[in-house]
Design a protein around this ligand. Structure first.
Ligand code: ZN
Length: 215
């Protein structure tokens, strides 16, 4: 949990794969091979979307571009402006499609606290707490996300070395400790709006996300 680091994850296996054509609301299209797994540590239904020329990247001994994306129903599905999850997801799918790699869709809503608790945290934020303080006020960890299942999926896919598409230093540390070598960290773009400015600025000041925000 949080920055607590586990020993290398146990082995998972690919369960099924299916081809899914994707079209985003802005018209961008690509095709994903969607993988499901058995043996994931927390028993949840996490997905890996394999995009672009990932097979030739792996076959050539290269490190695929990988984004672990934590589920955000409000941002990913409904276009909520309270966070930058939707634009991050959209950006990641296109960049990974271009370079070959995986989007890991992790079912850990609200930094791991769940959907209802996330909405409760929003209510506290309206009362002036930042996103981390709100989680603590609810008696939860400020970030309960755990990347063990991400490491399990990557190893099942044959990706022991990756280029990590993320601004979050904790993801790289956790994955390294879990036996996935992060050979490069690739920053994502900044998706700043009036509604998410406070949220992004809390990410930067609190967990040292590498976002270049205007002052
Ligand atoms: Zn979000």
């Amino acid at each position: 949990m949080g920055t607590a680091v586990k020993s290398p994850a146990s082995a998972a296996k690919v369960r099924t794969r299916v081809t899914v054509p994707l079209e985003f609301p802005d018209g961008y299209t690509t095709t994903a091979e969607v993988f499901t797994f058995t043996g994931l540590e927390d028993g949840r239904e996490h997905l890996a979307l394999a995009l672009g020329q990932w097979r030739s990247v792996l076959a050539g001994g290269g490190a695929p571009l990988v984004r672990p994306h934590s589920e955000c129903l409000t941002g990913d599905v409904f276009g909520s402006q309270r966070c930058d999850c939707g634009p991050q997801l959209r950006e990641a799918v296109e960049r990974i499609s271009g370079e070959g790699g995986f989007l890991l869709y992790l079912r850990q809503e609200g930094r791991g606290i769940g959907l209802y608790a996330k909405l409760d945290a929003y209510a506290l934020q309206e009362a002036g707490l930042d996103t981390y303080e709100a989680n603590l006020a609810l008696g939860r960890g400020e970030d309960e996300r755990d990347y063990a299942v991400a490491a399990q999926m990557l190893r099942a896919l044959g990706a022991d070395r990756i280029r990590l598409l993320s601004n979050n230093p904790d993801k790289a540390l956790q994955l390294d400790a879990l036996g996935v070598q992060v050979v490069d960290r690739v920053p994502t773009g900044v998706h700043l709006t009036e509604a998410n400015a406070a949220y992004l600025s809390a990410k930067v000041s609190h967990t040292h996300h590498t976002l270049a925000l205007p002052a």
